[in-house]
Design a protein around this ligand. Structure first.
Ligand SMILES: *Cc1c(COP(=O)(O)O)cnc(C)c1O
Length: 488
């Protein structure tokens, strides 16, 4: 189904609503808006009744794809279903009518929520303290790297390099570069995990930290994490964990217990805030004891005042890296995460991870014979297939398979990432999908593999059932050698 542009629905003289004439004398518009900012010609706006505007946008929203419509299996980006109760809670008037400059005495509930959420996140990751300020995962990385910088500076140690494993999310080297570090890539081994020999060779005295994702973006747990931890710390470097995908670990094991010094979380992935379309997100940062003094200000503290609990904001932290956000971060996302964790409880949080892992391994088992799996299983919360077989045998690329999935009513997984897997199809089903949905998705991928053999043109010209057919992405993807199917 196609939907015309709203301009094509316009008919001259039609009106949505009419305001009556005002009985309050108005100042002339020329007095209100400076002449150089005034529009010379009348704006060419569509003329359309309210009923048709509403129907137009409702039809458009139905053409859109979203996680409330069907599974959204983006690897690494964790597009899982977000319980609506969390939205309802963050919409409570007590939260939405707060002003960030309100005195702390009148904001005790909100401060308590932030204080307790920090504590729960610290407990989940095994860290000493958590700052809720950063606005997204990448922003959390930058915050973490600035903490690393400050730590080394305060010890009089000059280090200008950050190690990043070659399977890492692209934001890792980008955050390192923004903080003015030189990024050194560490290789993955045939198992898809950090190559220890390469790590040893690159751990020179000028290395500030190793940034590691565990489980990594191939969905694999770094089995040698304790060896890695020892090597990194013996070198006087810090160990940073990209914890954007905590839904593989929560309640089962903790980055802090593995020896990580810093971890960032993505509340808009693991902790159920809707994302895509630009936010708002939240990327809190947790740190070990020795980095606590450097955390951003204000720090929310719990004290006692006149025999009652009292929450306050402390700006007086002389070693702090300063503010990372205006005020306290994206508060409505914090409320959702708080409601989500409180609703699940410790047992529920663990079950989330167990089901995320179970779902990924179940889906993988259904696809294993048809698609190549470049690295050995089992996997954690996601897995990365390769479309190499389909490309070699039928000249059908991963891009074509992803496009054809749209005809089957599914969003495509992440493709051509991580960069170390050729024709990568990176799939994360998440814990919120039922076995019926997982089966339907597997059936669609298997049917497409059959089509690649019997009717490759069909796959190569897909999608055919969407309002917009295939765009000319070939040029862009050749140029960049990557087609990261976004949504994060
Ligand atoms: C999503 C993601 C990030 C970046 O998070 P944003 O909120 O998109 O900035 C970093 N690392 C990994 C592994 C991710 O999946």
């Amino acid at each position: 189904m196609k939907e015309p542009l709203i301009f094509d629905l316009s008919r001259k003289g039609r009106r949505g609503i009419c305001f009556g004439t005002s009985d309050t004398p108005l100042r002339p518009i020329e007095e209100l808006i400076p002449g150089n900012l005034m529009r010379r010609e009348p704006a060419d706006l569509p003329e359309i009744p309210e009923s048709e505007v509403v129907r137009h946008f409702i039809r458009l929203s139905g053409l859109n794809y979203h996680v409330d419509k069907n599974m959204y299996p983006l690897g690494s980006c964790t597009m899982k279903y977000n319980p609506k109760i969390n939205d309802a809670v963050s919409d409570l008037r007590g939260f939405t009518s707060m002003h960030p400059l309100q005195p702390a005495e009148t904001a005790q509930g909100s401060l308590r929520l932030m204080y307790e959420l920090s504590g729960m996140l610290a407990e989940i990751a095994g860290m000493a303290a958590v700052s809720l300020q950063p606005a997204a995962g990448a922003h959390g990385e930058l915050t973490g790297i600035l903490l690393i910088k400050k730590y080394h500076e305060s010890n009089g140690s000059k280090r200008n390099k950050l190690l990043v494993v070659d399977s890492a999310h692209g934001t890792n080297p980008a955050s390192a570069a923004i903080a003015n570090y030189e990024t050194i890539s560490v290789a993955s081994n045939a198992d898809g995990r950090t190559d220890i020999d390469d790590l040893k060779a690159k751990l020179t005295p000028d290395v500030a930290a190793l940034m590691l994702t565990n489980p990594n973006t191939l969905g694999l747990f770094e089995k040698d994490i304790l060896t890695i931890e020892k090597l990194v710390h013996e070198n006087g470097s810090l160990l940073y964990m990209d914890g954007a995908n905590m839904n593989a670990l929560m309640g089962i094991t903790r980055p802090g217990d593995m020896g990580f010094d810093i971890v960032h979380y993505n509340l808009h992935k693991t902790f159920s805030a809707p994302h895509g379309g630009g936010g708002p997100g939240s990327g809190p940062v947790g740190v070990c004891e020795k980095l606590v003094p450097f955390l951003p200000v204000p720090v929310i503290e719990k004290t006692e005042k006149a025999g009652r609990l009292y929450y306050s904001m402390n700006m007086n932290k002389p070693q702090s890296i300063g503010r990372m956000m205006t005020f306290y971060g994206n508060f409505s996302v914090l409320v959702r995460a708080y409601a989500y964790i409180r609703m699940l409880g410790a047992e529920g949080v663990r079950r989330v991870s167990e089901n995320a892992i179970l779902n990924a391994n179940y889906l993988l088992s259904r696809l294993l014979e048809t698609f190549e799996l470049p690295f050995p299983k089992p996997v954690m919360h996601e897995f990365c297939l390769s479309g190499d077989r389909q490309k070699k045998q039928h000249n059908v690329r991963t891009l074509d398979i992803a496009k054809r999935l749209l005809d089957y009513g599914f969003h495509a997984p992440t493709i051509y990432f991580p960069l170390i897997v050729s024709e990568a199809l990176m799939i994360e089903p998440t814990e919120t999908e039922t076995i019926e949905t997982l089966d339907a998705f597997a059936d669609a991928l298997l049917a497409i593999a059959d089509e690649a053999e019997s009717n490759p043109d069909l796959v190569m010209n897909a999608p055919t059932k969407t309002p917009v057919g295939r765009l000319d992405e070939a040029q862009a993807s050749r140029k960049l050698n990557i087609c990261y199917s976004g949504g994060c």
